[in-house]
Design a protein around this ligand. Structure first.
Ligand code: ZN
Length: 290
């Protein structure tokens, strides 16, 4: 599922293509994505915000279009201002508009924003802008790295407090969106490797040094993720129709059977292993993540 860096990459492009433009028509092609058109039509797009893995398109009408793309949702923009080479990735199954296009927003400058979703787990809701941060799904999110528009900063003290209270495996806690927003499986795996921590370790047993390393590692891997435009697994593409490239730069994720790059591990030929923890693929170096 797309995580903080992937959704941030979408946000940055939507800011570029949509802000300042009016939504002049909406075509809903699938009843699951029915939305209150009267709150959206002819409104100008004022800003795009991200809350962990959720996007909010804020409108001049006082309402926001809130979108969670979940596993396979895609927001594809076609229209003015796109880079010259703007071929669409093969990951956009059926193209746009295509058989997996469920909503089409038409903009006043001749641009279109398409919502595609093969599995249809994603959702779109229209919520009062003033209530986006406190209600529904977004209201239940924990603080997130890089600060948060919800006014709940992800401080070191907060992180330490969360870990001290639970016996759950540290990796499971990192991915618990109610405790901290935005980190999913790819970045949890990479942050734990970078910090040299066993994903299965009981959270409350982590020492201060380990927590410090992990806190720094989480920020570092998410920053790398944003730098590479996210990781394109499954269906992730940015609104220009391009894929991200973080999948080529992962530290531990997807590395089973390859040598751990830490010199001490490489020297003795230690390879990453893989197992499932709470149903999610977990990649670990048995030498430096003990
Ligand atoms: Zn290692």
């Amino acid at each position: 599922m797309p995580e903080l860096p992937e959704v941030e990459s979408i946000k940055l492009q939507l800011q570029k293509y949509l802000v300042g433009h009016k939504i002049i028509n909406i075509e809903i092609r699938n009843p699951k994505y029915e939305l209150e058109k009267d709150k959206v039509l002819n409104a100008k797009i004022k800003s795009i915000r991200r809350f962990a893995k959720v996007l909010a398109i804020d409108l001049s009408s006082g309402y926001s279009i809130v979108i969670h793309i979940k596993l396979t949702g895609q927001l594809i923009y076609r229209g003015p201002n796109l880079p010259k080479v703007s071929t669409i990735s093969q990951k956009v199954t059926g193209g746009v508009p295509g058989k997996h296009t469920h909503v089409i927003f038409k903009l006043d400058h001749g641009g279109f924003l398409y919502y595609n979703d093969v599995r249809r787990f994603g959702w779109i809701k229209v919520i009062k802008t003033a209530e986006v941060e406190t209600s529904g799904f977004v209201g239940k999110l924990g603080p997130e790295p890089f600060g948060s528009a919800q006014g709940k900063p992800f401080t070191y003290e907060y992180f330490q407090g969360v870990l001290a209270k639970t016996k759950r495996a540290v990796k499971v806690v990192l991915m618990d969106q109610s405790k901290m927003g935005g980190v999913g499986n790819i970045y949890a795996n990479d942050a734990l490797w970078l910090a040299g921590i066993n994903p299965k370790k009981e959270s409350k047993k982590l020492g201060n040094e380990e927590i410090k390393k992990l806190y720094g590692a989480i920020h570092q891997v998410l920053k790398e993720g944003v730098k590479y435009g996210g990781a394109s697994e499954l269906a992730f593409v940015t609104p220009d129709g391009q894929e991200g490239s973080y999948q080529n730069y992962t530290l531990a994720y997807g590395k089973e059977g390859t040598l751990c790059p830490r010199p001490a591990c490489r020297q003795i030929g230690v390879k990453f292993t893989k197992y499932f923890l709470s149903g999610r693929g977990t990649y670990v170096c048995p030498n430096c993540q003990v």
